[in-house]
Design a protein around this ligand. Sequence first.
Ligand code: FES
Length: 192
Amino acid sequence: MAANFKRLMADSREMSRRSFFAMVGWGAFTVASLAALWESLNFMNLPRTALYEEPAAFKAGPPGDYGVGSTTVLTDKRVVINRDPDGFYAISLICTHLGCTPRYFNDVTSDLVAKGISGIKDPDTGLAATPANPALVGFKCPCHGSRYFRDAVNFFGPAPRPMDRIHVEVAPDGKLFVDRSVIVDRHFRLKV
Ligand code: FES
């Protein structure tokens, strides 16, 4: 009788142990599944931008902070502000191939000219990279090598078109106001 009771207790302890491990296993499985589901939803879900990214519009300092001829790269915003003699314009720093962030360089053309590639000319500014004047400033994409002139016009690599120009204006408080959600014509200039 006592032996039967002991075995019963041992069996019951073993069952409890198995149940405990089964519960832990299911718990871990459930957590992992929920995490995977969350990642999938984030990947597909457009509202993700609202959850993770900064607001599309932001202020960027007064116009006097930007010299004529300057290029200001706001990497965290993925925005470039250029100031030319005819005004300001802003660029969305998103590669038009697959969306990586191009980087600014003082020379994005010399190596191509050295390889004998000719006809590197910005259709908007008329600037050309030639053996006599091989270095033009611009952007290179680290992902698949697309290159852009300073004004965002693509000229090399798989990028199918220029990077977008985005809205910039002077806010009532005198600072530049950039809105990444508003695409503008590439000839737009903010005159200040
Ligand atoms: S994402 Fe820029 S070249 Fe592919």
